[in-house]
Design a protein around this ligand. Structure first.
Ligand code: ADP
Length: 193
């Protein structure tokens, strides 16, 4: 089974690329951001809790996020593989994911980081904000905070998996198709072993 973490800063294209990969390789796509937005749109207690953090560009607390993720993984025992998009975003989440997969006799297969420079990210998110309706894409202030949170809290997750020799970087600049080919090449390498 393949357990792929699609990693990278906000606006690096994780969601777009994950959607392509799940189709091509028949995997389950789990996006914690999408799960939170779904809860928000249904105005659930979880959604209301998450909204307080998301709208400000902060991370939703680990306990809440890990519980939601675990529920989703446990609800899908028979899948061929999973792409984790937007999770783990902290070292504590990474440790929780390792534990969760170990209970199933599995492990993270690979973390692929989409590398995109900060200036490009700000531009992409401001553009997306014009159409996405997402509060966290609207102001440059919130976007800068998300980039800071990524640098301070999330980027250590790359090193966590790099120490296990599981992390690779892929250039996230280019058109969608080109980046998709770069990711497919990594996937094919994984499947070949
Ligand atoms: P982006 O990658 O563009 O920031 P996401 O949809 O992945 O978009 O995340 C949007 C927001 O959802 C984050 O800024 C954060 O507030 C919240 N969120 C998503 N995933 C997590 C997570 N694993 N841990 C904590 N908060 C999360």
């Amino acid at each position: 089974m393949i357990n792929l973490i699609l990693f990278g800063p906000p606006g690096s294209g994780k969601g777009t690329q994950a959607a392509k990969l799940v189709e091509k390789y028949n995997l389950l796509h789990i996006s914690t951001g999408d799960l939170f937005r779904y809860e928000m749109s249904n105005n659930t207690d979880l959604g209301k809790e998450a909204k307080r953090f998301m709208d400000n560009g902060e991370l939703v607390p680990d306990s809440v996020t890990i519980a939601m993720l675990a529920k989703k993984v446990e609800a899908n025992p028979d899948v061929q593989g999973i792409i984790f998009d937007g999770f783990p975003r902290t070292k504590a989440q990474a440790a929780a994911l390792d534990e969760l997969l170990a209970e199933r006799g599995e492990e993270v297969t690979r973390l692929i980081m989409l590398e995109v420079p900060d200036e490009e990210i700000v531009q992409r998110l401001l553009e997306r904000g014009k159409v996405s309706g997402r509060a966290d894409d609207q102001s440059e202030h919130t976007i800068q905070r998300r980039i800071r949170v990524y640098r301070d809290n999330t980027s250590p997750v790359y090193h966590y998996y790099d120490e296990q020799d599981k992390a690779v970087k892929v250039n996230g600049v280019g058109d969608i198709q080109t980046i998709s080919q770069r990711l497919s090449a990594e996937m094919d390498r994984l499947i070949a072993v």
